[in-house]
Design a protein around this ligand. Structure first.
Ligand SMILES: *Cc1c(COP(=O)(O)O)cnc(C)c1O
Ligand code: SF4
Length: 373
């Protein structure tokens, strides 16, 4: 038999179907990339038949085989800490499921909805906020007593014309076939009350090869579109990822990034600064930095809000305004910005604090008091 030529190997590596078929989901498979630690081995064993884990060869190639604290490893390889959680963690702490109107539509804000079009991902990030939709095999966020067909989801959007903004997420929307995605985008486009369609996806990070010519043609056809990427660490901004971002920009797709603040991964001012600067340098606007949700089994990733605020204080003012994401905690009543210790209301004015910690009392009545009519 002919040996695989280097040209074949190159083509396979850049073929997303090959990457998906060859995802790493066994300890032996993982050993080809790193030497698993005890905590990783225990974590993998504990996943057993209840929790999914899988890593694309591409993402595995970003892991540092020597450094057991490698952020990519922490995000992708199960660890024992996932399974030693107290009762404080929840399966749905932000209440997404209580806002489910159809099988897949979460309607929590007046003018916009989340459309859960998928529950699968190329890599199962260990900190996933919808872990009980994606990773846990026996649970789902889908409203299971609602009609299965997407027609019911589209009907909900049509029947509620206050919905202007539809955010496709999951799981990952790009786990759908390109044809299916094309059909969904096409249907949304025909709903006149929908002015904005966004796709939340981690494929540029986990499997850039997914953006083949077929997918690019579909995205270009439906532009203008907003795509929210999900880079958490500068090591994820590889030349392959940057190539994809350029293609998306050329296709008329606007790029935002959402990150999650994760202990041991990016809870460091220099890491966050580098991440944000590199994102804007490749044309991606940092949008939100989420405080890690209190989901069962994520405890080891959760930092304190004080730490998050201290990190934000080292970003805002020190880096370009639009390179600074908003620091957000998601709650059952919606997203709450927690970067607000710049302004304190007092009896006789507003105390503003700049990025150097200098304060100023502002007493201009137009700013302090609501104008009486
Ligand atoms: C985050 C989110 C949105 C979008 O919110 P933006 O602040 O506009 O990005 C919409 N619906 C739900 C349920 C969400 O969690
Ligand atoms: S890609 Fe997103 S939805 Fe999928 S496992 Fe990772 S964080 Fe969760």
């Amino acid at each position: 038999m002919d040996a695989l030529t280097s040209q074949d190997a190159f083509e396979q590596w850049h073929d997303w179907r090959w990457q998906m078929r060859n995802r790493i989901d066994t300890l032996d498979g993982l050993r080809r990339w790193i030497t698993p630690t005890d905590t990783e081995k225990t974590g993998i064993a504990a996943c057993g038949r209840t929790m999914r884990w899988s890593i694309t060869p591409y993402y595995a190639s970003l892991m540092d085989p020597e450094n057991t604290d490698c952020p990519i490893r922490m995000m992708a390889v199960p660890r024992n800490a996932e399974f030693v959680h107290g009762n404080e963690g929840h399966q749905d702490p932000v209440g997404d499921r209580t806002y489910l109107k159809t099988r897949r539509i979460i309607h929590k804000y007046p003018d916009r909805v989340v459309f859960l079009v998928s529950d699968s991902c190329p890599v199962y990030c260990r900190y996933c906020t919808r872990k009980y939709h994606t990773i846990a095999r026996d649970s789902t966020y889908f409203k299971t007593d609602a009609p299965m067909d997407l027609e019911a989801d589209f009907a909900y959007i049509r029947d509620n014309p206050e919905i202007n903004d539809v955010l496709l997420t999951g799981g990952d929307p790009l786990s759908l076939s390109t044809g299916r995605l094309d059909a969904i985008l096409g249907t949304l486009k025909q709903i006149s009350s929908v002015g904005l369609v966004r796709i939340g996806t981690r494929y540029p990070v986990l499997l850039p090869a997914r953006f083949d010519d077929e997918l690019m043609t579909v995205l270009a056809k439906h532009a203008p579109l907003y795509l929210s990427t999900h880079f958490n660490h500068p090591a994820e901004i590889t030349p392959e990822a940057v190539t994809v971002l350029r293609k998306l920009q050329a296709a008329g797709v606007a790029l935002l990034n959402q990150s999650v603040l994760l202990k041991g991964v990016n809870d460091d001012a220099e890491v966050l600064k580098t991440l944000c600067r590199r994102l804007v340098s490749v044309g991606v606007t940092p949008y939100y930095l989420y405080h890690c949700d209190n989901v069962a089994g994520l405890t080891h990733f959760i930092t304190t809000i004080e730490r998050g605020r201290a990190l934000m204080a080292q970003l805002s003012g020190h880096v370009t305004g639009f390179a600074t994401p908003r620091y957000i905690i998601v709650t059952t009543i919606g997203k709450i910005p927690i970067d607000g210790d710049h302004v304190t209301m007092t009896e006789d004015g507003i105390i503003v604090r700049n990025y150097k910690g200098e304060t100023l009392r502002v007493t201009c009545s137009a700013l302090v008091h609501e104008r009486s009519v």
